[in-house]
Design a protein around this ligand. Structure first.
Ligand code: NAG
Ligand code: NAG
Ligand code: NAG
Ligand code: NAG
Ligand code: NAG
Length: 423
């Protein structure tokens, strides 16, 4: 066998398994219309792969021109294609306005979006929809978002317009990456910086896996939550770095089976459940596991917050927080059922959200404030079955012992307890 023959066999094998390993360079550079890749799309085999490169649809990638139209056109063809579909955003800087990638893509068996480029959000706020997303994915099954690229929300110009703490009728700024009614989604190895509002939000998503994410915004940026999850199930986030101005991860209402592991969080407001009970008819939260996380320099570590004066009655139950390291966190463990950040909150009526079966296990590290454990439950519905096992939290200053406070709670304490349990 000649070397040439072996080489040809190798290429063929590679191309069978991995089109991009062989043809990656061409895809990167963008091909002229009517090239091999385009003609591949008439292939009727539902198992074959089809590639769509935004540069073939006119994306300029100069960081100035609005490339939204090219992205939308590429998406439209990709979604109407069949079999395994690959949408490619090659290296380069792209300025894009709000984008909506919506299904269903009826004949598409899997959709891989590979973002290698750097995407910048337009700073013209009037282009965004109230409460919408900068880039929204909706009604799809089997999306994989990878590629190592970056989504830059360019939030600095928008943050001064976020006056939601003074004005409860404020206009919500756009979330950078919003996933709505998505099944079987994987996002891996992407970066999100300086979102205008949340970085990533999931609404009614089922079977969602996120890993190796990098999320970053300044610690003083308003509502730049790293990941917000709502009305979703079977959600798994792991191995990610989140440094932001609000919650690293917030688990909102209506979620079940959410697992969060190996997250480095900070600065920010920590990992939160809630806020719950702001609106009537909220769903319950159950089956949350947070483990093997490191939380550093945040205002909270693990926080469960429910609104005072809540209109509805929901529940949060079966939640486990285990192997968490706190480094100089202001409130390492906090249950706050009197949450009310708005100035308009005069009434402090007890929250109607029922909290039960909550386990804190092996939580260690340092607290920057004296009260390291605060369990402030509702006077109306006291917390039930709260367990603290092997908690060791010292004051960062090392000057004296940390303390704990509690009200309306019957907690069970097992193993090491520093600070000493409240009575
Ligand atoms: C999906 O494929 C079927 C069969 O090949 C075809 O009849 C139908 O028009 C396709 N639908 C779309 C939306 O492309
Ligand atoms: C997602 O799964 C649910 C439950 O199986 C189903 O009702 C829904 O239509 C699916 N959505 C999509 C976009 O496939
Ligand atoms: C909040 O910002 C919006 C839009 O920028 C503005 O219309 C509104 O008057 C502001 N409210 C307050 C209380 O400043
Ligand atoms: C509690 O949640 C865990 C993790 O999601 C789940 O495996 C377990 O079955 C749940 N337990 C109950 C009693 O629902
Ligand atoms: C701990 O956090 C406080 C503010 O919360 C900060 O002032 C202090 O410098 C931090 N200490 C260390 C050692 O990082």
């Amino acid at each position: 066998m000649s070397l040439e023959y072996l080489y040809a066999r190798l290429l063929l094998l590679l191309s069978l398994f991995c089109f991009e390993c062989v043809f990656g360079r061409e895809i990167e550079g963008g091909l002229p219309a009517g090239s091999v890749l385009r003609t591949m799309n008439v292939d009727r085999n539902p198992k074959s792969s089809h590639f769509f490169n935004v540069k073939d649809f006119g994306a300029k990638a100069d960081g100035q021109a609005d490339d939204s139209k090219a992205f939308t056109a590429a998406w439209k063809e990709a979604c109407q294609s069949k079999g395994r579909v690959h949408l490619i955003i090659p290296r380069g800087t792209y300025m894009v306005g709000p984008l909506r990638f919506a299904g269903p893509c009826l004949n598409v068996s899997s959709l891989s979006l590979r973002v290698k480029g750097y995407l910048k959000a337009t700073t013209v706020l009037s282009k965004y929809e109230y409460g919408g997303g900068w880039i929204e994915f909706a009604w799809m099954e089997g999306l994989t978002l990878t590629g190592g690229g970056t989504f830059d929300g360019q939030g600095a110009k928008a943050w001064p317009h976020n006056n939601c703490s003074e004005d409860s009728n404020c206009k919500l700024l756009p979330t950078s990456l919003k996933f709505v009614a998505m099944n079987k989604t994987v996002i891996r190895g992407i970066t999100s910086v300086n979102s205008k509002f949340f970085h990533i939000a999931l609404v009614e998503c089922h079977n969602f896996k996120g890993s190796k994410l990098k999320i970053q915004a300044p610690d003083a940026s308003p509502n730049t939550d790293g990941i917000h999850i709502e009305r979703s199930s079977s959600v798994y986030f792991s191995s990610s770095h989140i440094a932001t101005g609000d919650d690293c991860i917030s688990v909102g209402q209506g979620n079940s089976q959410v697992t969060i592991t190996s997250i480095a969080c900070g600065p920010g407001h920590g990992i939160s459940v809630g806020s719950l009970g702001k609106y009537p008819n909220e769903g319950d939260v159950s089956g949350l596991v947070v483990r093997d996380c490191t939380i550093s320099g945040t205002t909270n570590g693990i926080r469960i917050k429910t609104w005072a004066n809540s209109p509805g009655s929901s529940a949060a139950t079966n939640m486990t927080f285990t192997n968490i390291v706190m480094n100089n966190v202001t409130n390492p463990i906090i249950i706050d059922q009197l949450y009310c950040p708005f100035l308009s909150c005069a009434s402090k009526a007890p929250s109607k959200v029922k909290l039960s079966d909550i386990y804190f296990k092996n939580i260690r590290g340092t607290s920057s404030s004296e009260v390291a454990v605060a369990l402030e439950c509702s006077k109306g519905i006291p917390c039930q079955n709260i367990y603290l096992e092997d908690v060791h939290l010292d004051l960062s200053s090392g000057k004296k012992e940390a303390t704990s406070t509690c009200s309306n709670v019957k907690a069970k304490f097992i193993g090491t307890q520093i600070p000493p349990p409240c009575t």
